[in-house]
Design a protein around this ligand. Sequence first.
Ligand code: SF4
Length: 320
Amino acid sequence: MRLRDFPEEELFLQGSAACHGCPGSAAIRVAFKALGRNTVLAVIASCTSVFQSPFPVSALGLPTLNMAFATGGATASGLSAAADRLVAKGVLEEKPTILVWAGDGGTYDIGIQALSGAAERNTDFIYVCYNNEAYSNTGTQRSGATPYAAWTTNTTRGKEEWRKDVAQIMVAHGIPYVATASLAYPTDMFRKFARAKEIKGTRYIEIQAPCPPGWKFPSSHTVKVARLAVQTGMWMLYEHENGRTAYTAGTQRIIQGQSKLLPVEEYLQAQGRFRHLFHPQRDEERIGEIQRRISHVFETLQFTHKMKEHIMDIELAPPH
Ligand code: SF4
């Protein structure tokens, strides 16, 4: 699949109120193209609740419910059950794709209970976390997804804790499909949405979403920052299906030795939220600790790849 092969129909319409360079609106566009018109959307409190534009107009060209922070999994459970009933009664010919669109605040922190419950029941829906690594719509407060050492308005010297890994928490639920995606690899993202659409049960896709005002970089650099995240190993691309993980796109190329893992400071220096690691003096300890963790993961994966030769998948969890 190439960009020019994406469906022409636009279901994310003109006139959204998103910031210039917003990763959320770009990701929605790709997701809607992959999932198509027979989709029912639940937007969980996030930037998307705001930038879809004020009632009665909307840039979201799908039937949409706007829901509270904690309700992603519960909303999906109700929508999915209702759609099953309508199909059984012959009111609907085909069940629509139930899509929950949430930020990291509504996923990592406030909504994880309902998400976990829905995943444990293997509710039939796709859950998307567009992860801008902070509460951006309320002015950039830390979330459980904010990375170590990053500035937010309430971690002014850099966050002291390491982020949770909710994609791996979802893998541990044993659901049929988990994937991570990046704006810098749109065809990889499109393919993952198209694959998720084919599967029944709970599917989880997490998209790293570099946010220009929150991460403090020029709005024309969104894709560049997203690409650097993958090239430096700060964000990994993979999909997990039937108990196996396959690394994809830029991450796969690094593991297979076709591209080099770039030094993490290239990613850190591209964003003002890490400026305190370099000014007024270089913080060798924290930069070194971040690099050590990334290098350890990639050295392990590259070693495993060499050992397995042609086998690119590593078993992480039992099949559902
Ligand atoms: S704050 Fe960030 S995620 Fe929110 S609308 Fe603006 S660019 Fe998009």
